[in-house]
Design a binder for this molecule. Structure first.
Ligand code: PEP
Length: 253
């Protein structure tokens, strides 16, 4: 494994009510117990409705919280949207931007994702910038071109290893139970690492975490997390239940 400290982040998506908070608390309890010390940071990104309550319950624990999306502006006439400043105020330390579901459902472009990443930084949040190819793009052999274009369009000067995390999530692997081969993951993560160095400069890109996301489960986490340049995971479905999420975090024990 790399010397970059890993992050295992859960993305609850549009799932969970107050009744789900004990799952997050169970993760906290296990990580605080002392006999389970993964060599990784841990975060849960719940729906915005749960962020304040979850942040309060996890405060001071090894489990951080994050938002799932933010608006580019700090405030204003944007009914239904949430700013990075509001997420920060609700206890978040990071925010996911450019998730493929946002790109697909809300037409988010690389330029919009870049503005959201900038908004995250303005608010003092870490931006977790998602990139990844569709199944058709992979079939067409375009994967490396796609992720390179996404990096150039949604990552810019000001993004550093301190304030920005990349999540490589092949769209076809999300929620499907399918994963790329470890060789494919190694190829894409290696290309992302090279592109970050070239695009931002090695100093700025130094230490930038590149997470893998897409059907990470307890039974494949160890293999996926051992691939070179994989610095953790962004986990959807398997982050909803403490037992599954802890099974993934255990890849770092
Ligand atoms: C995600 O949507 O970020 C994700 C990785 O989902 P899943 O783990 O369910 O494939």
């Amino acid at each position: 494994m790399s010397d970059i400290r890993a992050l295992v982040a859960g993305n609850w998506k549009m799932n969970g009510t107050t009744a789900s908070l004990p799952e997050a608390e169970a993760v906290m309890t296990r990580l605080s117990a002392g006999d389970f010390n993964p060599n990784a940071d841990v975060m849960i990104c719940p729906p915005a409705t749960l962020l304040r309550a979850m942040s309060d319950r996890l405060q001071g624990s090894p489990v951080a919280t994050g938002g799932e999306d933010c608006h580019a502006n700090a405030s204003g006439a944007h009914t239904g949207d949430i700013s990075a400043e509001m997420l920060k105020d609700a206890g978040a330390s990071a925010v996911i931007v450019g998730h493929s579901e946002r790109r697909a459902d809300h037409g988010e472009t690389d330029a919009m994702v870049l503005e959201k990443a900038r908004a995250a930084h303005r608010a003092g949040l870490t931006a977790i910038v998602c990139i990844g190819e569709t199944e058709a793009q992979r079939r067409a052999g375009e994967t490396l071109d796609i992720v390179t274009t996404q990096i150039r369009g949604s990552i810019a000067a000001g993004c550093t290893g301190v304030n920005t995390i990349i999540a490589y999530e092949p769209v076809w692997a999300i929620g499907s139970g399918l994963t790329p081969t470890t060789a494919d993951v190694a190829e894409v993560h290696g290309a992302i690492r090279q592109e970050l160095d070239a695009h931002l400069g090695a100093d700025a890109a130094s230490g930038m975490r590149i997470l893998y996301g897409g059907s990470v489960k307890p039974d494949n986490a160890r293999e996926l997390m051992s691939v070179e340049n994989v610095n953790g995971a962004l986990v959807g479905g398997a982050s909803l239940k403490a037992e599954d999420f802890l099974g993934i975090i255990a890849a770092y024990c």
